[in-house]
Design a protein around this ligand. Structure first.
Ligand SMILES: NC(=O)c1ccc[n+]([C@@H]2O[C@H](COP(=O)([O-])OP(=O)(O)OC[C@H]3O[C@@H](n4cnc5c(N)ncnc54)[C@H](O)[C@@H]3O)[C@@H](O)[C@H]2O)c1
Length: 459
């Protein structure tokens, strides 16, 4: 893949080049406040200091639910200075400003991102955590202004806009990381790169299953005090507060649950199989909720043509039952592996009875010792063929993540900004994933199989 947002292509650039090449960078001295990272390191909170060589000054656009999650992780990473924030909603601006002040960071708050880019001095990078339909406009403007960008998933609600983001990163030679955070999660890297791909723990993997099921929920509301005036809503593209708060359910702004949640997990299928899907067929509908535009449930089956032969992946998203929660399973002829961002939901492998022993992997620290097999109940009237149904117990995975789930992905981004190390999810890779994800809605609508051509995945 020829992707200039992938710093592997830029490995001659030094950290200084990366930072200095930002059009707005290099204003020199800034006061840095304390952070969770400082406090963790036992430093005195609140002490002012000169901008260190490694400080990265960032602005964030969109300080809603996810923006605040990312800010919290940024505070844990040494040397990250949140110099500016931008949000069209006063509630979000106040919440984030107040939170950051507690940690000694005093970002200037803006309503319009154009003001932030014009007036906030010395930014090196931006985080974009606005609704999906604004990602391209915000990320492209930041890249054009000379900033490296971390932009939330789904890259965009349209492939055309997603392509424009890859193009802009390529042209401006700036980094563009997309927020598929599992790609930097050491638990997933261990399970997929080390165990499944390198050690072939599961043998030939020909089936994947993933789901995200969540309970029914009402549309989001808002504090009365923070209603936005109709003129402001219209200025930013929303017809009402209901649309503004519940953008995920509207065709203009998002892609519905399959895109919102599926984007995290469908992305893993191609990582595991090493190829993009060859086709997808799907079913779904607006079956439960009234007045929602996007499908409230969907099931998709992807077909892959891997080096070893055919493979399939089944994905489902449900919004009326939390049954099983969210996790991913990969099944091969020698074993299977269950993993979830929440380790209690999945963090183990299961060996097929005939498979080669895994003891050497345990000795090398790549797997933990098999847990005691689950006791099976004897029943009089069920005949079990133990040759095919016997499980050999759970073999827990040894890697733990003692940080918030998004922190390693941000760390990966900031390391790329500082040192030119590779991004885990550069825009080109995220585009490939966006093609597979966004086409599910088309497959549901058309009620027919969609075949992919390899060139469709290239931005
Ligand atoms: N990686 C993950 O695990 C994860 C989790 C949740 C959400 N997300 C992604 O994060 C993004 C934001 O989702 P959210 O749940 O925080 O939504 P949200 O509605 O809670 O927050 C969006 C914020 O963006 C602001 N905003 C809207 N239009 C704007 C504009 N034109 N300029 C500036 N600010 C604007 C809103 O006022 C709001 O504060 C989405 O792309 C979503 O898919 C990622």
């Amino acid at each position: 893949m020829n992707d200039p947002s992938d710093p592997r292509k830029n490995d001659k650039l030094t950290r200084r080049d990366f930072i200095r090449s930002s059009a707005t960078a290099g204003l020199g001295i800034a006061l840095a406040g304390s952070s969770l990272a400082d406090q963790t390191a036992g430093q005195k909170p609140g002490g002012a200091e000169l901008k260190s060589a490694d400080e990265v000054r960032i602005g964030i656009i969109g300080t809603g639910e996810q923006g605040r999650v990312l800010l919290e992780s940024c505070l844990r990473i040494p040397g990250i200075r949140i110099a500016a924030l931008c949000d069209i909603w006063e509630y979000s601006r106040q919440y984030a400003s107040g939170y950051l002040r507690k940690y000694g960071q005093n970002p200037v708050a803006y309503e319009d991102y154009r003001d932030m880019l014009a007036k906030a001095p010395g930014l090196d990078a931006a985080i974009v955590a606005t609704p999906d339909w604004m990602h391209a406009e915000h990320a492209n403007a930041c890249l054009e202004a000379g900033l490296h960008v971390y932009c939330e998933k789904e890259m965009s609600n349209s492939l055309e806009k997603a392509r424009s983001m890859v193009d802009t990163a390529r042209r401006t030679k700036k980094l563009l990381q997309i927020g598929h955070q599992r790609r930097s999660n050491p638990r997933y890297v261990h399970a997929i790169d080390r165990l499944m791909r390198e050690k072939r723990l599961l043998g030939r993997v020909n089936l994947a299953y993933a789901q995200w099921n969540r309970s029914k929920a009402d549309m989001l509301g808002w504090p009365k005090k923070y209603v936005m005036g109709q003129a402001v809503l219209l200025k930013y593209g929303y017809d009402s507060m209901v649309e503004f708060r519940n953008w995920r359910w509207y065709r203009k702004f998002g892609g519905g649950p399959i895109v919102d949640l599926g984007s995290h997990q469908i992305d893993l299928f191609s990582w595991v199989f090493g190829v993009n899907p060859a086709s997808v067929v799907a079913s779904g509908g607006v079956d439960y909720y009234k007045n929602r535009e996007w499908f409230d449930n969907a099931m998709a089956i992807f077909e892959f043509e891997t080096k070893e032969g055919a493979a399939r992946a089944f994905y489902q998203v449900q919004t009326t039952t939390a049954h099983g929660g969210f996790y991913e399973t990969f099944m091969g002829d020698d074993g299977s592996l269950v993993i979830s961002e929440v380790p209690q939901r999945g963090n183990w492998a299961l060996r097929e009875a005939h498979a080669p022993e895994w003891d050497s992997l345990v000795k090398d620290g790549l797997l933990l010792t098999e847990a005691a097999p689950i006791q099976k109940l004897e029943t009089r009237n069920i005949f079990l063929d133990v040759r095919v149904t016997a499980e050999t117990g759970r073999w827990p995975l040894p890697v733990e993540l003692a940080k918030p789930a998004h922190q390693p992905h941000l760390e990966n981004f900031f390391s790329a900004v500082r040192n030119g190390t590779p991004l885990s999810c550069p825009a080109g890779i995220a585009y490939e994933s966006a093609v597979a994800v966004l086409k599910v809605n088309e497959a549901v609508k058309n009620r027919s199989l969609i075949r992919f051509r390899p060139e469709q995945f290239k931005a």
